[in-house]
Design a protein around this ligand. Structure first.
Ligand SMILES: NC(=O)c1ccc[n+]([C@@H]2O[C@H](COP(=O)([O-])OP(=O)(O)OC[C@H]3O[C@@H](n4cnc5c(N)ncnc54)[C@H](O)[C@@H]3O)[C@@H](O)[C@H]2O)c1
Length: 329
């Protein structure tokens, strides 16, 4: 995890409020980046236990060869405090990761905003609560923002940055720059239900469950199809580049068949039909959702093949993951 980014500068000190699955992983990332970290949980006893778990977690990563021994020392140096005020009083960044309960978030964000320095930035790791609603719990809401990490936080590069209506653009810029400096890949997205990642992930999940319910495949077979067919592409390309490379006219035809068989949820979007009508059918016609010169297209296709070959080799070298067996049908 260390040496992935080039963090220096802001923030020097960060508070992590709520030291569970996400808070501990984020604390490990911050500490690994050389940031002074303060941690608190619901009670002094839970906070002490969380610190023990944090150190054990870092030691486990070091034993597995995933973390340098020197970074374990940085994690051991993480400080704890018995309540929110003692944790956030002196920091530049407050990371809130208490359970997903709006009343609890109200209480915690309220005390963070009272006790933190006026210019400290306060972020919430909420997966689903509207960022605009949470911003109302923070005094000076221009310094509040959503910062949605993914589990496990140490290894997942993507982080959604979700500004509230009140969030200042300068705060958004600072958070994006900071995340990049610790090796993350932030994307600024809007405050809609599930933001972007959970909305798309759940659309996929629902169809996966329906495939099993319709008797098309077992859960194991669905998992194999998702990870080994189109999922194989996803570390490198998102749906827009993938559909551009496949051909938007092909996508439109397939969607018409899906709509006829499965209903309106598969109706091709107007924006897709329009692109096809305009002759923007993807890389093969020089433009689809994105635009490509001949040279860019050739490079893209070659790089695609290189990446797929490299991933194929990596998967062969890694020991198989136990898939689980049987289960409910
Ligand atoms: N688990 C995930 O995969 C995931 C991914 C992205 C976002 N999130 C979001 O991150 C947040 C935390 O989720 P989690 O999975 O880490 O939950 P968790 O239950 O593992 O951790 C929450 C921690 O907050 C502590 N806590 C409870 N009340 C507190 C209080 N009053 N003051 C301080 N700490 C308190 C709990 O003791 C616990 O240690 C939620 O908003 C969740 O939606 C979770």
């Amino acid at each position: 995890m260390e040496n992935r980014g080039s963090h220096h500068g802001w923030p020097q000190e960060a508070a992590v409020v709520g030291a569970g699955t996400m808070g501990l992983g984020v604390a490990e990332c911050f500490a690994a980046a050389g940031i002074r970290v303060l941690l608190t949980d619901a009670t002094p006893e839970l906070t002490r236990e969380a610190k023990r778990r944090l150190v054990r977690r870092a030691e486990g990563h070091a034993e597995a060869g995933l973390l340098a021994e020197s970074t374990v020392g940085r994690v051991e140096a993480v400080e704890t405090a018995d309540e929110v005020a003692g944790t956030v009083g002196d920091v530049d960044l407050v990371f809130e990761a208490v359970p997903e309960d709006i009343r609890l978030k109200e209480e915690i964000l309220g005390s963070c905003s009272e006790a933190a320095p006026q210019d400290a930035i306060i972020v919430s790791n909420t997966s689903s609560l509207p960022i605009n609603d949470l911003s109302e719990f923070v005094g000076r809401p221009e310094r509040f923002c959503g910062m949605h990490w993914f589990n496990p936080p140490e290894w997942t590069p993507g982080v959604e940055v979700i500004p509230a209506a009140a969030t200042s653009p300068e705060v958004v810029g600072r958070l994006v720059e900071f995340l990049r400096s610790i090796g993350k890949r932030p994307a600024v997205v809007g405050d809609g239900p599930g933001f972007v990642a959970n909305r798309i992930q759940n659309a996929l999940f629902l169809e996966a469950v329906r495939c099993v319910e319709d008797g098309l495949a077992s859960p194991q077979e669905v998992d194999e199809v998702v990870r080994s067919c189109f999922g194989f592409r996803l570390p490198f390309f998102g749906p827009f580049q993938i559909s551009d490379m496949a051909g938007l006219d092909v996508y439109e035809n397939v969607l018409d068949v899906l709509r006829d068989g499965l209903g309106e949820r598969f109706e091709a979007p107007e924006s897709l039909r329009k692109l096809v009508e305009q002759g923007r059918k993807g890389t093969k016609s020089g433009a689809g959702f994105l635009e490509y010169t001949d040279e860019e297209r050739e490079r893209l296709l070659l790089e695609r093949d290189r990446r797929y070959a490299a991933l194929g080799e990596l998967l062969e070298d890694l020991p198989p993951v136990d898939a689980g067996s049987g289960g409910a049908s």
